[in-house]
Design a protein around this ligand. Sequence first.
Ligand code: GDP
Ligand code: IMO
Ligand code: MG
Length: 427
Amino acid sequence: MPGIVLVGAQWGDEGKGKATDLLGPRVDYVVKFNGGNNAGHTVVIGGQIYALHLLPSGILTPEVTPVIGNGVVVDLEVLFAELRALEARGVDVSRLLVSSNAHLIPSYNRTLDKVTERFLGKRQIGTTGRGIGPTYADKMTRVGLRVQDLFDPGILRQKVEGALMQKNHLLVKVYNRRAVSVDQVVDELESYADRIRPMMADTALILNQALDRGATVLFEGGQATMLDVDHGTYPFVTSSNATAGGACTGSGVGPRRIDRVVAVVKAYATRVGAGPFVTELHDAAGERLRELGHEYGVTTGRPRRCGWYDALVARYAARINGVTDFVLTKLDVLTGWDRIPVCVAYDVGGSTVTELPASQTDIHHAHPLYEYLPGWDQDISDARSFGDLPPNAQAYVRAIEELSGARISVIGVGAGRDAIIQRHIIV
Ligand code: GDP
Ligand code: IMO
Ligand code: MG
C-alpha cells in the first residue's frame, strides 16, 4: 500500500499527529506537504508529550524518514529550535530531508502577518502570526525565497532586494513600521545555510524513487479541509491546500500514486480563529467540551471554539478529499452526556439543506438541525476493541459513520499512543 494521504476533516487539531504516529511503524517516509509552523501536533508516547509545529510527526518514529516537502513554508529559526529540542530529548533527527523548493519565511513576513491582522480590526482572520499568509502570497506573486536560494549568494541578495522594494513601502507607509535592510535579512538567512545544506534534497525525486521500489509513503497534511484556501470557509482559512490534492502538488508525486486517503475527524468539532462554525456552542456544554477535551491551541495557547459533530462537514471532507478511511478521535471526551447531538442538516432561511452550502453567506446564516443520540457513562479509555465499547458508544460511531461518507477504521479513546481501537486495517 504505497501512497497514503492523511488530512484533517474539520478545522484542524483533530489529532493528525497522533494518527500519523499510529501509522508510523508501518511507513517508510512521512512527508509534510503544506503549511508551516502554524500547525501544532501533540503526540503522547509513554506519558511523554511531544509538541511539533514544523516537523512532520513521523520524526518521532525511528525507522521513518521525515520529509519537508516543497509545499511547506519553512521558518529556519523554528526548524532548528525544534530539531534542537527533540535532540535534547534523545530523538534521532538526522534523517530529516527538506525540499530545495520549499519556501522560506523571512522575518518581514512574520511582521506583516501580525500588522495586517491588527489593521483588519473586526475583520481579522485570527492567524497564528507566523508569517504563513504573506509567505504563500510571495510564492504566488513570485517574490518568494526558496531553500535552494541560500546557496547562491547573488540570487539570494537579488531576491531579497526585489521583495523588500515592495515590503518596505508597505511596512513604512501603510503600517508605520521601520524599514528592513537587505543586509539584515540576507545575513540572518545565510546564518542557517551550513546547517540546512546536508538536509536539502530533491525530495520529489527521492519520494518517486521510493514509491517505485514499493516503499510506503505517508503524506501528512497540516491544518484541515475547512481551512483549505480553495475548499474551506474562505477568507477564514489558511493560505495553503490542506486537502488531499495538496499532497501531490506539495510533494511532487502524481495522483496515481495515492492509494488511500485517511481523514482524521474529532467526535465533536473545534475551531481556532475566526470564521463560521455552525454547530458552535456558546454555553456550558461548549465549556465542558473544552475542559474535558483540553481544547487549547498547541501553537498559540488560544482556547478552541467547541461544538457538536457536523455530519455535513464530515461528508464534505469525504467528498473533497476522496476519503477511504476516517480516524475518529476523542470519542472518550463524549463520555458522560445523557444525549449527544449530531448535526444532520442546516436550516438556511427556512429551507432544510443536507449538504454544505456552496454559498459562504448561507453557511454564515445556517442553523444546525440535530439528531439526538443516547449517551453512555462508562469510562471507555481502556477499550481496545469495538466490542469493548458500551452499546450506545458503538451506536454513536455507527450513526456518524452512516452520515459521513466513509468507513471509520480507527477510533481514538485517549491521548496516548496505544489508546485506540482498530476496526479496519488502513496499512
Ligand atoms: P493535530 O493538529 O490534528 O495533530 O491535533 P492537536 O495535537 O493539535 O490536537 C489534538 C489533541 O487531542 C492532542 O492534545 C492529542 O494528544 C489529543 N488526542 C488525540 N487523539 C485523542 C483521543 O482519542 N482522545 C483524547 N482524549 N485525546 C486525543
Ligand atoms: P493543525 O495542523 C487549527 C487557523 C488559524 C487561523 C487560520 C489562518 O494543528 O491542525 P494562518 O496562521 O495559517 O494564516 O491562520 O487558520 N489555523 C489552524 N487552526 N489548527 C491548525 O493546524 C491551524 N493552522 C492554522 O487559527 O484561523
Ligand atoms: Mg493542532
